[in-house]
Design a protein around this ligand. Structure first.
Ligand code: SAM
Length: 321
């Protein structure tokens, strides 16, 4: 059974509006260590978020004296326009030749390389899921404390369809299957039935509170009250609306074409479906050599300091020569 991604998504987080630096990077020392070892010139941070990993990775770049032909750079990518707009004019990005920030999915990493007249990167880092800053944004639907927020759940609200419309466009069975598959929610059928019933009664689910209320009615409180009854359903819808597993699968399939031989891919995931995709992709493609036989976990000290890290798993592979 996958663990739901974040205890903060269970409605306990403070609704504080879009934050600047609330997000604490997960497994920063491990990421730095695995990437530093290969003396990289070009690193792709495919999930920029609050920029924590990007800043650390900028410090592990090879010096430009060692590689006069190539400007050492971290290519930072995020799919969320609010994240990129918030930071693109910050001096430490705008005036820093070592960091290039792009708006888009990490799937489009080859396009970002192309824009910089590069063909390969030495490293790719992905830290999947959503940042604490996004969770704190009252208008996205990520946190379910804000009943009247629109049920959107997109990383990129300028593309695709919001979750409430996704629900209107799919059948009861498709909704139930998504909630079961991506959220591993045992009561998926009951929830899907109630969602479709509301739509039939001309009172469709459009707000966060509508879906929370359905989940409360359909999911018995777990015995130890560890997670909110809506956690798994919201996680599932977010994964479906953003095609998160599809994007990860396609990126791992294409990455051997644009990661340089000897280069490394380091991926932090937060639930078992993502981790399985990473594990299988590394195992099944002979162009990868797995460097972490078992996923690495954050230290007890890190989990204590940053509870969001507790379900993180890090896998690393190298592109064989
Ligand atoms: C957990 S946060 C990353 C935090 C970051 N590593 C740090 O240290 O601050 C995940 C970020 O990935 C972004 N994201 C999710 N899916 C993405 C995708 N397919 N392509 C690019 N960015 C994505 C989200 O918008 C979010 O900002």
């Amino acid at each position: 059974m996958s663990s739901p991604e974040s205890s903060e998504a269970n409605g306990e987080s403070k609704p504080v509006g879009i934050a600047e630096t609330e997000h604490v990077s997960v497994m920063p020392n491990e990421i730095v260590q695995w990437v530093r070892e290969i003396h990289p010139t070009t690193i792709i941070d495919g999930t920029y978020g609050a920029g924590g990993h990007t800043r650390l990775l900028a410090d592990v770049l090879a010096s430009s004296d060692d590689t006069p032909a190539i400007q050492p750079r971290v290519i930072a990518i995020d799919r969320d326009p609010a994240v990129v707009r918030r930071d693109e004019q910050k001096p430490w990005i705008e005036d820093n030749p070592k960091i290039e920030l792009f708006l888009g999915s990490y799937e489009s990493a080859p396009k970002a390389l192309d824009a910089l007249e590069l063909t390969h990167a030495d490293a790719l880092v992905l830290d999947l899921g959503l940042s604490s800053d996004q969770l704190a944004d009252r208008h996205r639907g990520f946190t379910f404390t804000i009943d009247d927020a629109e049920l959107d759940l997109r990383f990129d609200p300028e593309n695709g369809v919001p979750a409430y419309r996704w629900l209107q466009q799919h059948s009861e069975k498709e909704i139930a299957d998504a909630i079961y598959q991506f959220g591993e929610e045992r009561f998926s059928r009951r929830i899907a039935k109630q969602i479709v019933l509301r739509a039939r009664e001309k009172n469709p689910v459009t707000k966060v509170g509508d879906l929370v209320e359905i989940c409360r009615r359909c999911v018995p409180r777990s015995r130890n009250h560890d997670i909110h009854p809506a956690t798994r359903t919201f996680q599932a819808l977010r994964i479906a609306v953003n095609d998160e597993l599809g994007g990860l699968t396609r990126t791992l399939a294409s990455a051997p074409d644009w990661i340089a031989p000897g280069g490394r891919v380091a991926i932090i995931s937060f639930h078992s479906l993502e981790d399985r995709i990473v594990k299988n992709a590394f195992r099944d493609d002979p162009r990868w050599e797995v460097l972490t036989r078992k996923p690495l976990r954050p230290t007890d000290e890190e989990v204590e300091a940053n509870p969001r890290s507790r379900s993180a798993k890090l896998r690393v592979a190298t592109r064989v020569e």
